[in-house]
Design a protein around this ligand. Structure first.
Ligand code: PLP
Length: 285
């Protein structure tokens, strides 16, 4: 398929789309991003993703690259030009192109904006969810502000690679106290013996996932209680169920952690129900 990418005001053939070598995203990972699900041609939870984008930009003292309606148009146009009905739209904003110097460039430096869209195979994702996935644990090695959705993802990259090498889908970071923070690209959840959902509070130690927020609403509708507290990896091993959430995979049941089966070693009823009903509670626009 002939793909198109939006780069700094222009829609370019994907193969030719490029930013300058002095872009601060390339030089310093000085930028932020968002990934939004596209389902049946509509953006899922765009409002929350855009609100989080604003928070990430503000935390890095970056101005919005364009007005909210203009950005919404670019996202839609990129999705449309790539004819994506089910997939993801990716948005990246960096502090722009400037002579290499760690400190911020002049305030007049325009930010760089890149938007891409790609299709996802929903059938493959559903099959993966039906089988459940394996997770490994890795020591938390990230900086203290992972609540900012920055493009600086090296520890996440290394964690995901470690998972892949061990035949697992995701790596869960575990802090010095033995408590799970989150996955390398997802939030982590367990279900206790009392059928209570547990996930870490969204302080600075995790990214406040949009899918995580939606799951609070799905859980409420199912009469399930959510405890926002840190849980240990030992608690996760002994959990009735475990799962992870992210825009790209919604709710994905976890059936093994560090080689140990979770619950029955198959996707649990709660994770499966949350996945099934997710889009009843997400916003489509
Ligand atoms: N945590 C991390 C580190 C992530 O990278 C992501 C998504 O990419 C998430 C959590 C889940 O966030 P969301 O539900 O907004 O996709």
């Amino acid at each position: 398929m002939f793909r198109i990418a939006y780069v700094n005001g222009r829609y370019r053939p994907y193969r030719e789309a490029a930013v300058h070598i002095e872009d601060r995203g390339y030089q310093f990972a000085d930028g932020v991003y968002e990934v939004c699900e596209i389902r049946d041609g509509r953006l899922i939870d765009e409002r929350r993703h855009m609100e989080r984008l604003q928070r990430s930009l503000a935390a890095l003292q970056m101005a919005a690259p364009m007005s909210a309606p203009a950005l919404a148009t670019v996202l839609r146009e990129t999705v449309a030009r790539n004819r994506v009905r089910n997939g993801l739209v990716y948005l990246q904003v960096t502090r722009g192109v400037a002579r290499r110097d760690h400190a911020f460039p002049s305030a007049q430096t325009p930010p760089s904006v890149v938007v891409t869209a790609r299709r996802l195979d929903r059938g493959r994702h559903d099959r993966e969810a039906a089988a459940g996935v394996a997770v490994i644990s890795v020591p938390e090695s990230r900086w203290a502000r992972v609540d900012i959705k920055s493009i600086a993802l090296l520890p996440n990259v290394l964690a995901k690679q470690a998972a892949r090498e061990q035949g697992a889908r995701e790596a869960w970071f575990v802090d010095r106290d033995g408590r799970v923070t989150e996955g390398s690209s997802s939030n982590a959840w367990i279900v206790t013996a009392q059928n209570r959902l547990v996930t870490r509070p969204a302080d600075q130690a995790i990214l406040r996932g949009v899918a995580r927020t939606v799951v609070f609403d799905v859980a409420k509708a199912h009469g399930l209680e959510v405890e926002e507290r840190a849980f240990t990896i030992a608690e996760a091993y002994a959990a009735r169920e475990a799962f992870m959430t992210a825009a790209s995979q919604i709710v994905l049941p976890v059936v093994r952690i560090d080689g140990r089966p979770i619950g029955e070693g198959t996707p649990g009823p709660i994770a499966s129900a949350l996945r099934h009903d997710f889009h009843l509670y997400a916003e489509a626009s």
